[in-house]
Design a protein around this ligand. Structure first.
Ligand SMILES: Nc1ncnc2c1ncn2[C@@H]1O[C@H](COP(=O)(O)OP(=O)(O)OP(=O)(O)O)[C@@H](O)[C@H]1O
Ligand SMILES: [Mg+2]
Length: 260
């Protein structure tokens, strides 16, 4: 574990996302108790932790869906914690919704175009649609098919694709591999890897801790609304505490493919 994330000046620019002392909750119930987290430009940060520890709550607060009670959220060097959800999307921070949020009665292409709701440049939107189809050729084959007819993995591709249609600087993924078969999980992780390669930063909530640590540069482990452990992913994967609590043994060789 290192403190290098915040202090490493070698990358030479402000982080993509910087969260300091963030608290929030529902009604009078406080869920997050002063969360600090940084995502460097062009990197993947993983947010890991057990059920009900506040991971989705943090993403909602970052997206503007929940008010930030206290603390600071800076995105691309500007404070965003008082902005509305649509303003945050326009700044380039996009939360990929859960797979169940695809509109079943709309076609694949219609669903994807919804993701471009903040944009009026039709040529750019058409180009980005083709770009999404290069990430997900299956969606291209099914572009005129109703989303209700897609498999679970294809719906997950659809919601990630829809997020990319906003041309984000950074995406936030809430358990993109949930309830998917291992082969499909690999393909989703490989695509997240490709998305990073295009310069988009990523904050990824995952239950699939081993795979997330292989993919991400940096990781945070949250418990009871507080960051408990943070560090370079390659260090955490070897950390005895992390191994004991989350990994249950050694790293599976099959997972290595994604970072090859
Ligand atoms: N709309 C809500 N109203 C009241 N409490 C909520 C609401 N949504 C979540 N909570 C509570 O906030 C806490 C954190 O929930 P959250 O959804 O952030 O957890 P999580 O880390 O994403 O868990 P999981 O891994 O199960 O998705 C939980 O105790 C949950 O019951
Ligand atoms: Mg959650």
């Amino acid at each position: 574990m290192t403190e290098a994330n915040e202090t490493d000046g070698a990358r030479g620019s402000t982080p993509m996302l910087s969260i300091r002392g963030v608290t929030t909750g529902y009604g009078k119930i406080q869920i997050l108790h002063g969360v600090d987290l940084t995502v460097q430009r062009g990197q993947i940060a993983a947010l890991l932790g057990g059920n009900g520890t506040g991971k989705s709550t943090l993403l909602k607060a970052l997206s503007g869906l929940l008010p930030v009670w206290d603390g600071v959220v800076e995105f691309d060097g500007e404070p965003i914690h008082q902005l509305r959800p649509d303003q945050i999307v326009r700044r380039g921070l996009v939360q990929v919704t859960q797979g169940k949020d695809a509109y079943p009665a709309m076609t694949v292409e219609e669903n994807l175009k919804l993701g471009a709701f903040t944009r009026s440049d039709r040529k750019g939107v058409a180009d980005d649609l083709e770009r999404v189809f290069t990430f997900f050729p299956r969606l291209k084959e099914r572009r005129n098919q109703l989303s209700a007819t897609l498999s679970g993995g294809e719906v997950q591709m659809l919601v990630i694709g829809r997020g990319l249609m906003a041309r984000p600087k950074m995406i936030m993924l809430d358990e993109p591999s949930a309830a998917l078969a291992p082969k499909v999980v690999l393909s989703i992780f490989a695509t997240v890897n490709q998305i990073r390669a295009t310069g988009v930063s990523v904050l990824m909530v995952e239950q699939n801790v081993r795979m997330a640590l292989l993919l991400a540069e940096y990781a945070y482990i949250i418990r009871d609304g507080k960051i408990l452990i943070k560090g370079e992913a390659r260090d955490l994967i070897k950390d005895p505490n992390v191994k004991l609590s989350f990994l249950g043994g050694t790293v599976a060789d099959t997972s290595r493919e994604i970072v090859a």
